[in-house]
Ligand binder design. Structure first.
Ligand code: NAP
Length: 299
């Protein structure tokens, strides 16, 4: 391996520590405790694990955590009534509805119900629009985390060729907007892109968010490029029967032999997502209280 390993786990731990310091300072100076409300509808096992992690991380940085677990047959009217209460609650600065929701509920309508200033997942049309127009948005957590890792590696991203594989509202589109904001020349690739390997080879920064294990091979990568692997695929563990392991969108060994830097899976982008959720909650709290935002926690 020749590439430098980008240690997202360590970076995320530092970021969480920074958030904890800012939360303590906010409490001491203003008596304000940032609060994050997480809504889970149903009993999806993976979602339960994610929600538990978010609760622990929120409490660890000194914020208030409000968990709302609703039965799988909760009506839209009841879900929206809860969101309306959270929108009006001054102790709640961030609201997140854990997706996927059961089939009878609509994710877009649910996101639209959350007040934009509390939409710490950055998924609302308002926040997507603010990001696109270069105004102050709450930015989707995973792309925000990727940008922080890139800013840490480069003095300036200006003029670099960036290729993002994947065009979802959750990741690909906001990631491209963030890179554009840094003056990168941005290409968004997707399932209909022709000659994908050729497109990827021109990237100084290559970001893969597809969900197809080891799609990106070593010969897709420009020598020295920085490669960010967002994708997660869970596969049976080869040595531990009954267990699973996570694989990224990037064929790690072959790409690490060519790239200048690379994020691993696990331990790369994943830990940044929760750290950025906490950062966004703090940012939302400062904004709603008219207080200065701590530097470096958002764009
Ligand atoms: P998504 O909504 O399913 O989007 C996947 C994108 O990949 C789509 O734009 C799709 O193109 C594109 N695609 C599919 N097959 C392709 C191919 N063969 N070549 C090129 N592009 C292809 O997924 P997502 O929500 O953006 O998430 C992407 C991955 O990132 C998933 O594995 C997810 O688990 C992971 N993720 C990780 C984190 C984290 O915290 N680490 C956070 C978010 C997401 P079309 O639009 O043309 O269909």
């Amino acid at each position: 391996m020749t590439a430098t390993l980008i240690d997202g786990k360590a970076f995320a731990a530092t970021l969480r520590g920074r958030v904890a310091e800012e939360v303590a300072a906010l409490k001491a100076a203003h008596g304000i405790v940032p609060g994050l409300a997480v809504v889970l509808v149903g009993e999806d096992p993976a979602s339960q694990v994610y929600v538990a992690h978010k609760h622990t991380a929120t409490v660890e940085v000194g914020m208030a955590s409000f968990e709302h677990k609703l039965p799988a047959d909760t009506s839209e009217a009841d879900l929206f009534a809860l969101i309306d209460r959270l929108n009006a609650d001054p102790a709640v600065h961030g609201i997140l509805c854990q997706f996927p929701v059961p089939d009878h509920l609509d994710e877009r309508r649910t996101v639209a119900r959350i007040a934009p200033e509390k939409d710490v997942d950055g998924l609302s049309v308002t926040n997507a629009g603010l990001l696109a127009t270069g105004d102050k948005a709450l930015v989707s957590c995973t792309p925000l985390g990727c940008l922080m890792l890139l800013r840490d590696r480069f003095d300036s991203l200006s003029g670099l060729e960036a290729v993002v594989i994947g065009r979802s509202n959750l990741f690909g589109k906001p990631m491209a907007q963030l890179l554009l904001g840094e003056n990168c020349t941005v290409t968004i690739a997707h399932s209909r892109t022709k000659n994908l390997s050729e497109v990827c080879r021109r990237a100084d920064i290559l970001i893969a968010a597809v969900g197809r294990a080891e799609l990106v091979q070593g010969d897709w990568v420009k020598p020295g490029a920085t490669v960010i692997d967002v994708g997660i695929t869970r596969v049976p563990h080869p040595e531990k029967p009954g267990k699973t392991r996570l694989i990224g969108d990037v064929a790690f060994d072959s790409v690490a032999a060519v790239a200048g830097a690379i994020t691993p899976v696990p331990g790369g982008v994943g830990p940044m997502t929760i750290a950025c959720l906490l950062a966004n909650t703090l940012t939302a709290c400062c904004r709603v209280n008219g207080l200065p935002e701590p530097e470096g926690l958002t764009v």
